[in-house]
Design a protein around this ligand. Sequence first.
Ligand SMILES: [Ca+2]
Length: 413
Amino acid sequence: MKAIMIIGFTALMAVALPAAEGLCDSEARPSPKSPSQSEVGPRLTRTVLMSGLSDPWDLAFTPDGELLFTEKCRGLSVLRADGSVRRLFGTKGSAVVAGDFFCRGQSGMHGVAVDPDFARNRFVYVYMPSKIGRPATNRVIRLTVDKDYSKVSDRRDIVTDIPFKNRFNLWGGEGTHSGGRIRFGPSDGFLYVTTGDNHNGPLPQDLKSLGGKILRIDRNGAAAPGNKTPSGGDPRIFTYGHRNVQGIAFHPESGRPFSCEHGPGRDDEVTPLVPGGNGGWDPKPEPGVDCASNYCGYISNKRDGTPTPMTDTGKFPEAMRPSWNNNGVSEGMSPCVFLSGAQWKGWEGRLAVGFLRGQRIDILKLDQAGMTTGKLTVPGIPSERMRTLVLGADQALYVSTDDGEIWRITATP
Ligand SMILES: [Ca+2]
């Protein structure tokens, strides 16, 4: 571990909020209020825990304080509390080499999650493409970590049939739109798996396919009870009609899941999820419309030429309404996590969202229904593509960036 930089700065909301707070979809929302004393933010300190990594993707802490992290083209590693690093699972040089693992384009080893009962079963989970089958697919793989974090064993592929984009087309190369965040719900104990549409028009609304979905499963990969998948659909599907979800967060009080999803050049969306809900993304051409490779995600799927909407409430009146969208632009919103702990002061309970192209972290204020009523940008941190946000047991915010770093951002009241 290299604590190579410590920056202390004051992020007083009373100063930062008036300039930063504003609603992107202000038509249907109340006006931003002046910051009250209760909204005063914390003092923040940023520490660089690691640098020089190769496309770090996801982060997860085990109950004994070890930090698991993935690198897109290398695999799963652990940063021990004593500062040592061990490569556990992935390409050559790992304790266990996965010969079927590969990375291509956007895809590689993405999500990592720790079993809620880890202290007893030592299970961890990763999301990665595999060439075991033909064509290749994305998989969720369960591994058992030994007590010394020196190796993994007992690989079990608990989901094997998440679609992977195997062919280049006009819209992008192989491996595009693979989703890949995996998180256990803190209140229900089930594993949520976010997937992508693979630039495949019919996939998000196809209830037989796992692409463009959020799955909810148990630790063996079986459908969790209560998914309310529409009749005839794969029972592992929790919500459908998504584009390429790479952020999911759970409200600290209600446990309700929220997706954070980037749009096709417009309309990043944060969406409070409901079981069986439709996200309203449908990039397949309507009758009489022609789109290259049968995918209209970047153009129009309609005869009237209007852009394919991230939430098509005309076609799907019951679609889940986003809590927030980027009002016509996309800045590559990717990870999100709720902040909890009194040291976050006025930010406690708010949703932190990271942006790739936007290269920043925003803090969204939500009302009881999960609708966004205000936002601000975290001040004083470098502009980087923010890939992952997680909260540690110390309630600090841990960040991975596409620049190869892992940060810890601590708050002090
Ligand atoms: Ca949507």
